[in-house]
Design a protein around this ligand. Structure first.
Ligand SMILES: Nc1ncnc2c1ncn2[C@@H]1O[C@H](COP(=O)(O)OP(=O)(O)OP(=O)(O)O)[C@@H](O)[C@H]1O
Length: 299
């Protein structure tokens, strides 16, 4: 692949609109991502993340708008080996062995990543002799990662890459991503694991109803949500607590989003609610994304 000028954006999306029949999946999206950025695409189910990724890969034809990938059209960029992708429903030939699939994909690139190093980096060195059908969900995702990386692409697009991985697998996965990002690879990933996005991404882009509702560092997106979250263990709470804007319950734990911690706590004490397991925090990225995507923007 020819050397790329650094001022060419990795992704330049303008006015992207994607329809699936009657469904408006992406609605006039503008997004520019520079080379070397690590960007998380966040948003609830149906927000338009996968449709955006598919448009960037040239897998679907937008109804309107333009997508440039490292200065090229999506299909040219893919053909030139500029993009490695890991998709949610990435297919693998079931009866082949992992090593055969890796060999096949590597052989389609002029300068592929050497097999031993690729396998070690993605944690599949023990899997090369296994039939693809015999892989667990997390192992399959690691193989898909190896295939995405086989051509050493400057841009990686990952759609929920760790959804089937265990805790150790995720940690290893993000260590690999950090290493690639440190070497200048642009990494764009869609995820529902907001703590991963918070820990890994330089920038988070939040979609809802196919539209961009937030774009900035995780800290900036978190700070867009004022207020704090009061968590405690309680069976029952009085209604109409001052300052409280939302109440969510998970088992015995109640989370109260509040704009006035002091008034909320005083009202709880006045009502005789014991403050068992009390925990007061600023908004997490999850709180922020929830707040941004449930304020009328989603369908
Ligand atoms: N092939 C399709 N045919 C019809 N509708 C589709 C198709 N693919 C996606 N959609 C619809 O387009 C909208 C956006 O879907 P998309 O998969 O892009 O969202 P997402 O943010 O990736 O969601 P998830 O987090 O669930 O993967 C949804 O309403 C979805 O039902």
């Amino acid at each position: 692949m020819p050397a790329l000028a650094l001022d060419v954006p990795a992704l330049d999306i303008s006015g992207l609109t994607v329809r699936h029949g009657d469904v408006l999946a992406v609605d006039d999206l503008d997004l520019r991502i520079g080379q070397g950025e690590t960007v998380a695409l966040l948003g609830p189910n149906g927000a338009g993340k996968s449709s955006t990724v598919s448009a960037v890969l040239g897998l679907l034809r937008p109804s309107a708008g333009a997508v440039r990938v490292l200065g090229r059209t999506p299909s040219d960029a893919v053909r030139a080996g500029c993009v490695g992708a890991m998709l949610q429903h990435g297919g693998l030939p079931g009866e082949a062995r992992v090593g055969e699939v890796v060999h096949l994909v590597r052989s389609s690139y002029a300068d592929p990543w050497p097999t031993a190093d690729l396998a070690a980096t993605t944690g599949i060195d023990g899997l090369l002799g296994r039939p693809v059908d015999a892989l667990s969900g997390g192992q399959r995702q690691r193989v898909l990662l190896a295939l995405a990386l086989a051509g050493r692409p400057p841009l990686l697009l990952l759609d929920e890459p760790t959804s089937a991985m265990d805790v150790e697998g995720r940690r290893a996965f993000w260590t690999t991503m950090r290493g690639l990002a440190a070497r200048g690879t642009t990494v764009v990933f869609a995820t529902h694991h907001l703590e991963e996005a918070d820990a890994v991404a330089d920038r988070v882009v939040v979609l809802a109803g196919g539209r961009l509702v937030a774009d900035g560092s995780a800290a900036a997106v978190r700070s867009a949500v004022s207020g704090r979250t009061v968590r405690l263990t309680a069976d029952r709470l009085p209604g109409d607590l001052p300052g409280v804007t939302s109440v969510t319950r998970q088992g015995a734990t109640v989370a109260l989003a509040t704009g006035d911690v002091e008034a909320t706590l005083r009202a709880l004490l006045d009502a005789g609610v014991p403050l068992t397991d009390l925990d007061v925090r600023g908004a997490s990225l999850e709180d922020a994304v929830l707040s941004l995507t449930t304020s009328g923007a989603t369908r």
